[in-house]
Write a protein that binds this ligand. Structure first.
Ligand SMILES: [Zn+2]
Length: 190
């Protein structure tokens, strides 16, 4: 199949790419009253043999690597490990569906050992420390890492900072976590 890809021809959804006398709509393209338009953002790829015009997505799936900062929500919380559904990679939204693992034993030790570092549903910022065996190992040890938003276990209202701890203004519940230094700030900075 003969393809021509013109790097200059970047299109946004709805952009006109050709007329239907010239080309048929291929992948991610549609015919709107004789004008072939793009269905998604990408680059224009013309298939000269099939007389098709296609749009190829330029969105590349970024895989978290060591040193990256990720932000997401705790979807499984156990006593020694928690799973973080990664929603942001280095501050940019990702829908790739990566899940990282926080080994909570690594976050303990020394004085001030926490009973609870993270809880189910917490929004957490973490750093990728290893990707061995295709597992994304995360750490929340540094000051800017940890829980950045959390709901009261009692009544479900957002917790607020009060004297270095998180408190619920609704029911008075005080909770312990490994907080990031910007916990409770709005809007959340992923
Ligand atoms: Zn509460």
């Amino acid at each position: 199949m003969k393809m021509s890809e013109n790097k200059q021809s970047r299109v946004l959804p709805g952009d006109a790419m050709a007329v239907s006398e010239e080309y048929l709509p291929g992948n991610h393209a549609y015919d709107a009253n004789g004008t072939i338009r793009a269905l998604q953002t990408g680059v224009v790829v013309k298939d000269l043999q099939q007389r098709e015009i296609n749009v190829k997505s330029t969105v590349v799936t970024q895989v978290p690597t060591v040193g990256d900062v990720v932000t997401g929500q705790i979807e499984v919380a156990q006593s020694s490990t928690s799973n973080l559904k990664i929603l942001y990679l280095n501050g940019k939204p990702t829908q790739a569906g990566f899940v990282g693992i926080i080994f909570l034993r690594e976050e303990r030790g020394g004085r001030g050992m926490r009973r609870t570092a993270v809880k189910l549903g917490d929004v957490v910022r973490a750093k990728v420390i290893s990707t061995m065996n295709a597992m994304i190992h995360l750490s929340i040890g540094e000051p800017h890492l940890g829980v950045i938003a959390s709901l009261c276990s009692n009544c479900g209202r957002p917790l607020v900072v009060s004297g270095g701890r998180a408190q619920c203004n609704n029911c008075g519940n005080v909770e312990d976590r490994k907080f990031a230094d910007d916990f409770g700030r709005e809007p959340i900075q992923p």
